[in-house]
Design a binder for this molecule. Structure first.
Ligand code: AP5
Ligand code: MG
Length: 215
């Protein structure tokens, strides 16, 4: 199974991808996570991407598609892929077609998480994650069960993303509207798109995705 999770910043792509990994042993391919790792490691890609990401703009198509290609090359053919935050432009969608063909994979589904923009700002500004294992949390919606202790690994250090401030979020949303949303009709024409209400509570969104995958 190969699926794309599409939706604006804060729609819940990363949250739902992590659950699919846990329940189905699929692999999450988040270009945002890969780029943040590259920035932290100060690789040549990271050095190029840093300022663009901090501004909330899109990194070049060639860079992100190369990251995806490399990840798929390192994966066994039986492991399903969840594309989280990729593709984000028409060019990336075309590049993904070529990459999937090269790795003898086919795209099964494109899931669009539909959400309300103002709510997204609230979600993003409240988001934090475990500095040790990356588990995601939220000030209002998803606190660790024991305050200050990660549910998954017991870590006690947490971090927030540098691009998670209101001004940058507005730019990221505009980038989504102008550059990413227009790729949906392409997948609609292939009959691949399913829309899910991303405003529902996290568990309900997960259940809706499971229903879709089991249908
Ligand atoms: P990226 O890391 O992909 O960020 P994004 O698309 O802006 O999306 P987010 O990760 O912010 O949101 P999400 O949908 O994963 O939401 P989450 O599950 O965390 O990209 C960052 C940057 O990298 C880009 O701006 C760009 O510069 C660059 N980049 C990345 N990919 C690129 C590409 N392909 N091309 C070019 N550039 C690229 O949820 C958010 C919060 O809400 C969490 O706290 C969560 O707990 C909470 N939450 C989730 N679901 C719910 C719910 N149903 N109800 C209540 N709370 C919820
Ligand atoms: Mg994410």
């Amino acid at each position: 199974m190969n699926l794309i999770l599409l939706g604006p910043p804060g729609a819940g792509k990363g949250t739902q991808a992590a659950r699919l990994v846990e329940h189905h042993g699929m692999r999450q391919l988040s270009t945002g996570d890969m780029l943040r790792a590259a920035v932290a490691a100060q690789t040549p890609v990271g050095l190029k991407a840093k300022a663009v990401m901090d501004a909330g703009e899109l990194v070049s198509d060639e860079i992100v598609s190369a990251l995806i290609d490399d990840e798929l090359a390192a994966m066994g053919p039986e492991t399903g892929a969840i594309f989280d935050g990729y593709p984000r432009t028409g060019a990336q969608a075309e590049q993904l077609d070529a990459i999937l063909a090269r790795h003898r994979r086919k795209l099964d589904r494109v899931i669009e998480l539909e959400v309300d923009e103002d709510e997204l700002v609230r979600r993003i500004v409240g988001r934090f994650s475990c500095a040790t294992c990356g588990a995601g949390y939220h000030d209002e919606f998803h606190q660790p069960k024991v305050s200050g202790v990660c549910d998954r690994c017991g870590g006690t250090e947490f971090k927030r993303r540098k691009d998670d401030n209101e001004e940058t979020v507005r730019t990221r949303m505009a980038e989504y509207r102008v550059k990413t949303a227009p790729i949906l009709p392409l997948y609609e024409a292939r009959g691949l798109v399913a829309r899910i209400d991303g405003m529902a509570p996290i568990d309900e969104v997960t259940a809706a995705i499971e229903d879709l995958l089991n249908a």
